[in-house]
Design a binder for this molecule. Structure first.
Ligand code: DX5
Ligand code: ZN
Length: 228
């Protein structure tokens, strides 16, 4: 087993006027990485920020925090180089946005970033499977992308279980409605990278929530390895 439990707060639900200090606060509360949601108003019905903001955040938090860019944009090819230059570490694009995933994966790697591949709730995991050997992380969306604070879709868990059974060492991320009340489903299914927005950012005690999420994932991983 080469993967580990990692918790990545989504700062979408924080006070956007204080993004830099919110990122620092999340890292101080024990976040393993930061999940940054880029939306273009085309692929999803909402807009957030682009690479100039990412560059400012990088300058604010320093070189260490890992930036997982969740690119909810129609033409992901367009932003690979600017995001790499801005200090992104992983470029997670949506399978639904491209007809040439292979080429995009290559471009992301050549830019020095890790590769994440995301699927919306309506996309089957079989469509992602052919690429699984070439990517660092698969993201199974557990809400329709576009907004924080939505209800967790438990019916996405079979996708996670299937991926975990087929690709035992792949990083598998879940995103949308994940918090203390839904983490156990994700952990049992085999997710190890956990995005949590409102549940962490709006909590009075983000440190405890992050620790609780990580413990749930670690315990499920341990149980899986004992069951084998
Ligand atoms: C939704 C975004 C998520 C979102 C998660 O499209 O991709 O990352 O911010 O927020 P919560 O955890 O509140 O659903
Ligand atoms: Zn996201």
């Amino acid at each position: 087993m080469s993967y580990s439990a990692k918790i990545g707060p989504s700062i979408l639900s924080s006070d956007l006027a204080c993004l830099g200090s919110e990122c620092v606060r999340m890292m101080e509360c024990g976040a393993d990485y930061l999940h940054l949601d880029v939306m273009d108003g085309h692929f999803v019905p909402n807009i957030t920020f682009g690479h100039p903001m990412v560059e400012c955040l990088r300058n604010c938090v320093g070189p260490d925090p890992f930036f997982d860019m969740h690119m909810m944009v129609s033409r992901p090819e367009q932003w690979v180089k600017p995001m790499a230059a801005a200090g992104a570490n992983q470029y997670t694009f949506h399978l639904e946005t491209t007809t040439n995933a292979g080429n995009l994966i290559k471009e992301i790697r050549e830019s020095g970033m890790k590769v994440g591949l995301a699927i919306k709730p309506g996309t089957t995991v079989e469509e992602l499977a052919p690429w699984a050997g070439q990517i660092d992380m698969a993201l199974v969306m557990t809400v329709e992308p576009g907004f924080g604070g939505q209800k967790f879709m438990e019916d996405m868990m079979p996708k996670v279980s299937w991926l975990r059974s087929q690709f035992p060492s792949l990083d598998i991320e879940v995103d949308g409605g994940v918090g203390p009340s839904t983490i156990h489903k994700c952990a049992e299914a085999g997710a190890n990278m956990i995005v949590s927005g409102s549940a962490v950012v709006s909590s009075d005690d983000p440190r405890s929530v992050i620790a609780m999420l990580r413990t749930a994932v670690s315990e499920a991983m341990q149980k899986r390895s004992l069951d084998r």
